[in-house]
Design a protein around this ligand. Structure first.
Ligand SMILES: NC(=O)c1ccc[n+]([C@@H]2O[C@H](COP(=O)([O-])OP(=O)(O)OC[C@H]3O[C@@H](n4cnc5c(N)ncnc54)[C@H](OP(=O)(O)O)[C@@H]3O)[C@@H](O)[C@H]2O)c1
Length: 401
């Protein structure tokens, strides 16, 4: 069949004639009915390049972060609007949706579940356990990855996501009270029961990833990574490459900063916007870090791309098993972010960004001390988890006590 090549998209933006027509019809139909449930198509229009996580889980090369509909950078979005944006992402070829029990809490999962229910079989839903949340008061009570708790959380996630299986179930943070082997064992049980398909870790370091992977293959690691947050390059990306694990960078747009839309005078509401308390987002740090945005804009001018698109294209160009999940609550931002798949960065462009970044001293830590303390990737240990065993204690029989 004749291929229509809309190339330039970091790999394949290939549609055959039939797929192209189906995709066009689907888009036309859904844009006329923006608030009505998206009917499940007989064939998923392959409008975006696909990538594989852990060699087996196929997803669109860019996913959609769904935290922001419920929490983090402002008050929750109107539910119908959130559903519309999530479905719009699907209509444009996104098949990978990221949420967590704690986003809201519960609210992000509810929105994702409702938005994707009519097209459940055509999408991959990733969610996360690991923070204890009181089901009645919704109060967050620190970390909890005890096996029995993971299993209880899974039941709640399945209900809110309106599904009978979670495609990718991540541990949100490594629990310093529970051996990672026990966590992997609990997820393994859930997989055997058909309630979960794949296992993931978030903010885990190399040592923890290796121990977990020895019990149950890890499909994806989700850590913060972007042009201005390079921590995973140290030990996590090499570990993923060695073990054949996919990598899902969170905050790939630097919580919005790399788009250039945030200036020293952008207001952050301390009641609802986490960035109000983040060292990198003080007005001084925002002013001092502007050269990072300018570097991306410089490369972008040659590619007819925005700085945010270059930031995403840079991650995509690093490895074919990296799948960024930019978060947005706005349709125009969604469109812009997906445009990153058309931005082709050469090895020379990537080097220009890396060399340029190396000469910039980023001001301000990526998170406040209390949050950094529960990251397992070495931030709290020095620069690496190598040589230790990560935050997670060793299983009982191996502990030297
Ligand atoms: N595993 C973890 O611990 C963890 C932690 C944090 C996040 N995550 C996941 O990762 C996803 C993405 O991370 P993130 O949301 O923290 O950061 P991000 O994707 O780097 O940036 C999101 C911010 O950028 C803004 N934005 C997005 N596209 C834009 C554009 N084209 N132009 C201007 N502004 C734009 C968004 O605002 P608008 O809504 O106005 O577009 C939002 O404030 C989350 O949604 C969540 O699913 C995981």
């Amino acid at each position: 069949m004749k291929k229509i090549n809309r190339d330039g998209a970091n790999g394949s933006f290939m549609l055959d004639r039939r797929e192209f027509i189906i995709a066009g019809l689907a888009l036309a139909a859904t844009s006329m009915l923006p608030n009505i449930a998206v009917a499940a198509p007989t064939k998923q229009p392959q409008m975006l390049a696909r990538r594989k996580l852990g060699g087996t889980l196929e997803v669109s090369a860019l996913g959609l972060g769904c935290m922001n509909f419920a929490w983090a950078y402002g008050p929750p979005t109107d539910r119908q609007h959130a559903i519309k944006v999530i479905r719009a992402a699907y209509e444009r070829g996104v098949t990978f949706f990221d949420t967590a029990e704690v986003y809201g809490p519960f609210l992000s999962e509810e929105m994702v579940g409702e938005a994707l229910a009519p097209i459940r079989d055509h999408v991959i839903i990733a969610t996360k356990f690991g923070f204890e949340v009181d089901p009645i008061t919704e109060q967050r009570r620190g970390l909890n990855s005890r096996p029995e708790y993971i299993k209880r959380v899974a039941e709640g996630c399945l209900k809110r996501l309106k599904t009978d299986t979670i495609d990718l179930f991540y541990q949100h943070r490594v629990d310093p009270n529970v051996p990672i082997e026990d966590v992997a064992g609990a997820v393994k049980d859930l997989i055997q029961e058909g309630k979960v398909r794949h296992f993931g870790l978030s903010e885990a370091g190399g040592a923890t990833i290796r121990r977990a992977h020895a019990v149950l293959p890890v499909t994806a690691v989700q850590n913060e990574c972007s042009v201005w947050t390079r921590d995973p390059e140290h030990e996590v990306l090499p570990t993923c490459e060695e073990l054949g694990i996919g990598f899902v960078p969170w905050s790939p747009l630097g919580m919005g900063y790399l788009t250039g839309a945030i200036t020293p005078s952008t207001p952050f509401d301390p009641q609802s916007d986490l960035r109000a308390g983040f060292p990198r987002f003080t007005p001084e740090a925002r002013r001092a870090n502007r050269p990072v945005v300018e570097l991306l804009q410089r490369v972008g001018r040659r590619k007819d791309a925005t700085s945010g698109q270059v930031a995403l294209a840079w991650l995509l160009a690093k490895k074919p098993w990296i799948v960024p999940i930019p978060g947005t609550t706005k349709l125009n931002h969604l469109e812009e972010n997906l445009g990153a798949l058309k931005v082709q960065l050469s090895a020379k462009d990537v080097k220009e960004i890396d060399d340029g970044f190396a000469s910039i001293q980023v001001q301000g830590a990526r998170a406040p001390e209390a949050l950094l303390a529960i990251h397992d990737i070495g931030a709290n240990l020095g620069t690496s988890s190598a040589g230790g065993h990560g935050l997670s204690p060793l299983p009982r029989q191996d502990r030297k006590e």
